[in-house]
Design a protein around this ligand. Structure first.
Ligand SMILES: [Zn+2]
Length: 270
């Protein structure tokens, strides 16, 4: 079920049919080497969200492309919002999903640069009680069997993970118009310019220090056939996550308990 495709009179029933679960897919607008389109992350994430959403019969929110991508602001076409506004927008979107009747929101992220922000966002849900629970899928492929399948078809030795063989391949499946195979740049390796902090330091400029052209890996061996296999692995991973969210009664109960205890601190005189 895609939110934007439903007529308004059918929406209430759709919320019930979706068991009050909505998937919010996240990506950004950023440079992807010389050969992939700016929208790669949000387009492919939304497609994976829709495929998994169909399998599990849950709602999927329209494509969303505001997130953490400050490290690409030195390239044309990148779009970012002021940092605190980004979090406010994501919270505002979740609040609207909740206002429309959903009680569980699954965040599927197609952009590595969002990872820390989304975990922090999930953490901030304990600031104020909400009528919904947020579940961030933190890892795409926790199943070791699926991970084996993922690696089995990978040919590229440079696996930086940005506009690389895998990402280029699964973009080719549904958005061939966003891929220009004749414009792939030479493979890149990390430049290791902040090697002193590689294992125990984090800096905003760290990723840029490794890949200043916003291309990490080797896309030359990408093709849509491999892309289909990788996409299917991602869809399976998300569908399995949604299944567990459907069955989960623990997180909402724990949140209820948590906020009752938190309220009792505020009302200690009563
Ligand atoms: Zn990407």
């Amino acid at each position: 079920m895609q939110w934007e495709m439903l007529p308004s009179p059918n929406f209430k029933q759709a919320v019930i049919d979706a068991q009050k679960i909505c998937v919010l897919t996240m990506g950004v607008l950023e440079k992807h080497g010389e050969h992939l389109c700016l929208g790669t992350d949000y387009l492919t994430a939304h497609r994976i969200g829709c495929l998994a959403g169909e399998r599990e019969n849950v709602m999927v929110f329209p494509p969303f492309y505001f997130g953490q991508i400050y490290e690409a602001r030195c390239f044309p076409g990148c779009v970012t919002l002021e940092p605190s506004l980004t979090l406010q927008v994501i919270q505002g979107v979740c609040d609207e999903i909740g206002r429309n009747g959903f009680r569980k929101i699954v965040i599927y992220n197609g952009h590595g640069g969002n990872d820390f922000m989304l975990n922090y966002f999930a953490q901030t849900q304990l600031w104020k009680q909400k009528p919904y629970t947020v579940y961030v899928q933190e890892k795409w492929i926790p199943d070791p069997e699926l991970w084996k399948q993922w690696l089995a078809i990978r040919e590229a030795k440079d696996t930086g993970g940005h506009a690389c063989e895998t990402e280029t391949s699964y973009t080719m499946c549904d958005y061939p118009q966003g891929v220009r195979m004749d414009q792939i740049a030479e493979p890149t390796h990390s430049l290791d310019r902040l090697k002193a902090f590689e294992t125990d330091g984090f800096l905003g400029i760290k990723w840029y220090s490794k890949y200043p052209d916003h291309y990490a890996g080797d896309a030359r061996t990408a093709n849509p056939e491999k892309g289909k296999i990788w996409q299917e692995i991602l869809v399976k991973g998300l569908a399995d996550f949604i299944k567990r969210v459907k069955a989960d009664e623990v997180a909402p109960a724990l949140e209820k308990e948590f906020f009752e205890r938190e309220k009792s601190i505020r009302n200690f005189e009563k």
